[in-house]
Design a binder for this molecule. Structure first.
Ligand code: 3HC
Ligand code: NAI
Length: 696
């Protein structure tokens, strides 16, 4: 018999054992009624004379964390999480957490207040708050290290990594593993509870255990080494450092004192701009999955086999994404040499990856069939074209694919800027054609910028989004325009960067401004990395751009140790080169441009404001569905620091009025289409609206 305790929690009984069951779809987040229900359920269970209590969840997962949508206020007042935790920890009878799915954040923190934890083998555990710019604010920073030790807690909390049940059992996080599903878990948890009663197992409170944290007490070196190890990856982020400080407190201070440190640092993060941006990014990624005019129940194509055309820089990486989730791939190249080269790179990538065992390398390579004959695409459910960026070539290929492929096969192009409608038009089935713009390296970069043609069918659009999720990409659907969302905005930034070095900013200054803003690198370092001589021919070079001049002077980029920078042959460290500054200066003088000192603030504004302006134009033209989609593109594809949300979120935080005023100023003094003010941006600035919430 079940008794309703709150709208999302009920109390059940099996003999002496009470079960407090949470049912708050989709992920059993700790909304106010869950907290209230847990508190009342536990209190009621003991009042009713239960001899043990099991906390378990319905649906797909144990509690996946605090309800992030409640952060920032608005939810009705209810009992706090800490009161729930105290009720569990201080319960007079054993409390057992029964875990399936994912016990994350506040969910794991609840489980850490049970006296025992049992889990199914497929369960995952983590404190991912760091990825929301936060730290676990419900005692997790003090309890996790007490169970798993300081080194593991440091790693888990600064990465947000989810660990498996096996790792959790080995590390001491859980007490028992159960084979089977939710039904088996319930049974095992009740029998664990009965055993705890029969054998009078102690009511273990994690807070009272000090043995594991004692090992790190006063060990400053341990923390210093850990900080140094993650410094590069976490540059610019506040939350990883704050998580470390909490674990230091767990090692060095009594539990209650540690909790105070946690509370103070948690509040600081929660009210700061970084976490606001990261929480926004979390919901933005999920919003991007929703295409308003595509019904949820749109039939999907079954993608059991994928074809990839071209095994170059992109094709090989694209193939790896599918193979990694068990989908076989046929790769076709134009000749055997190119095919062997491409497949060799794929194999090397797998062999180099620390997460792939030798056996897995062979398994994955066995899922790839190489060929030089496009007719081998005949049994593929989708084909992704990744040949050179040449419209005529792509058109001839799509004509051939139209002949070869199954009638309902999805035909995708990985073009980075070309018109998908023009490509689709050469086929007899433009409704089957779509853009799938992967980013380099395609097996690593998370973004998938999908490009919907005018005629792409609902099924093709929905299938493209679904397959993106399957291969674990962050997918965004955009419309057709030159460069789509990402590259179109990038072009405006590049144009201003080029202009500014002629006016007197140095490449190193421009790159440093972007690096300090939080990008992994600036445009000139990026060009050096890619190679300055891409598309350059000595015979036709005419000293008409800085890039040509650098190539003419033997500066090809990182590959020959000299480009915009000079590179140390051993360490590859970049040093600004006065010769480059001189070459730029001479060229500028030749163009009649007088060089001057350009301030860092001007560099920043001229790099980023045209992007904001272009983003607004993209929204005006309905190329992006919503402002936040643009941010998802920039954070996941172009290294925009997630703690600044993305260009639209950032612009809102700077103030649209201020940006509009500056754009008008620059437009008057510099000119150029990318400075023509977007009417939408102007209207939003005037009305107090926002770019990040704008929907087109
Ligand atoms: N709060 C509110 N909503 C949440 C949520 C949360 N913690 N976690 C997920 N959701 C929502 C999503 O927005 C999405 O809603 P939608 O369907 O309307 O778009 C829905 O649940 C399903 O989420 P996903 O699409 O992400 O589903 P997946 O199955 O792919 O992933 C998951 C499930 C692994 C649980 C993933 O959602 C996730 O990682 N969630 C966040 C977990 C997290 O960060 N927890 C810590 C929260 S902070 C905290 O606990 C503070 C504490 O220390 C005090
Ligand atoms: P690439 O030059 O490395 O590879 C292209 C491959 O296609 C070559 O191996 C070539 O032999 C093969 N090929 C050419 N014509 C062919 C044909 N008729 N039949 C079979 N194979 C053929 O080029 P890359 O960089 O992989 O680019 C491919 C596409 O991806 C382009 O459209 C490009 O714009 C796009 N893209 C590239 C990105 C990058 O960073 N390199 C990023 C995103 C998209």
């Amino acid at each position: 018999m079940a008794e309703t305790v709150s709208e999302s929690v009920r109390l059940e009984r099996e003999g002496d054992v009470a079960l407090v069951v949470v049912d708050n779809p989709p992920v059993n987040a700790l909304s106010w009624h869950v907290r209230q229900g847990l508190f009342d359920g536990i209190t009621k269970a003991t009042d009713d004379g239960a001899k043990a209590i099991v906390v378990i969840c319905d649906g797909r997962t144990f509690i996946a964390g605090a309800d992030i949508s409640e952060f920032g206020g608005g939810a009705p007042q209810a009992v706090g999480l800490q009161e729930v935790q105290t009720a569990m920890e201080d319960a007079p009878v054993p409390v057992i957490a029964a875990i399936h799915g994912t016990a994350l954040g506040g969910g794991l923190e609840v489980a850490l207040c049970a006296h025992y934890r049992v889990a199914v083998a497929s369960a995952k555990f983590g404190l991912p708050e760091v990825n929301l710019g936060l730290l676990p604010g419900a005692g997790g920073t003090q309890r996790l290290p007490r169970l798993v030790g300081v080194p593991k807690a440091l790693e888990m909390m600064t990465s947000g990594r989810h660990i498996s049940s096996g790792e959790a059992l080995d590390g001491g996080l859980i007490d028992d593993l159960v084979d089977g599903d939710l039904g088996a878990l319930r049974e095992a948890a009740v029998s664990f509870a009965n055993k705890a009663v029969a054998e009078e197992l102690p009511l273990l409170r994690v807070r009272d255990r000090d043995d594991k944290v004692a090992e790190a007490k006063g060990d400053e070196q341990l923390f210093a080494d850990f900080r140094a190890g993650i410094a590069r990856k976490t540059r610019g982020f506040l939350a990883p450092e704050y998580n470390i400080q909490c674990i230091e407190a767990a090692a060095n201070l009594p539990f209650e004192e540690g909790l105070k440190v946690e509370g103070k640092l948690f509040m600081e993060l929660m009210t700061g701009p970084q976490s606001a941006a990261q929480r926004y990014a979390f919901f933005a990624e999920r919003a991007a999955n929703k295409i308003p005019d595509i019904a949820k129940d749109t039939p999907l194509l079954d993608i059991g086999k994928v074809g990839v055309l071209g095994a170059g820089t992109m094709g090989g990486g694209i193939a790896m994404n599918f193979v990694n989730v068990g989908i076989p791939v046929t790769i076709v190249e134009r000749d055997q040499d190119a095919l062997d080269r491409g497949l060799g790179v794929v194999r090397k990538n797998y062999e180099r990856s620390r997460s792939t065992t030798a056996e897995q390398v062979e398994e994955r390579m066995a899922l790839i069939t190489g060929s030089t004959d496009k007719s081998d695409f005949a049994d593929c459910d989708m084909v992704i074209e990744a040949v050179f960026e040449d419209m005529e070539l792509k058109k001839s290929i799509f004509r051939e694919l139209d002949e070869i492929c199954k009638p309902d096969a999805l035909l995708a192009s990985n073009t980075s800027a070309l018109d998908i409608n023009e490509i689709a038009a050469v086929t007899s089935r433009p409704e089957s054609v779509i853009g799938m713009h992967f980013f380099s390296p395609a097996n690593v970069m998370k973004l998938l910028e999908n490009v919907r043609g005018d005629k792409s069918s609902d099924t093709v659009v929905a299938t493209t989004m679904a397959i993106g999720k399957k291969i674990q990409k962050v997918s965004v659907m955009v419309g057709v325009c030159p460069g789509f969302v990402g590259n179109r905005m990038l072009f405006t930034r590049g144009a201003e960067a080029e202009r500014m070095i002629l006016e007197g900013a140095t490449p190193a200054q421009v790159d440093t401004v972007l690096y300090e803003f939080g990008f992994p690198m600036g445009p000139f370092s990026m060009m050096d990395l890619a190679g300055l001589d891409i598309g350059w021919k000595e015979e036709s070079s005419s000293s008409s751009t800085i890039r040509e001049i650098l190539c003419e002077n033997g500066r090809r980029g990182q590959k020959n140790g000299r480009g915009y920078y000079t590179y140390d042959p051993d360490t590859r460290a970049a040093t600004p080169d006065p010769e480059v500054v001189e070459l730029i200066k001479d060229f500028a003088v030749g163009q009649g441009i007088e060089q001057r000192e350009v301030s860092d603030q001007e560099v920043l504004e001229r790099l980023l404001y045209p992007m904001v302006n272009e983003g607004a134009k993209i929204l005006e033209e309905k190329i992006a569905i919503r402002g936040s989609d643009i941010d998802v593109v920039w954070v996941n594809g172009y290294g925009w620091p997630v703690y600044r949300g993305g260009p639209m979120h950032w612009a809102d935080s700077v103030g649209l009025g201020e940006i509009v005023a500056k754009i008008e100023e620059y437009s008057a003094s510099l000119g150029g289409r990318h400075w023509d003010l977007s009417p939408l941006l102007k209207a939003l600035a005037d009305s107090g609206g926002q770019l990040q919430t704008h929907t087109s």
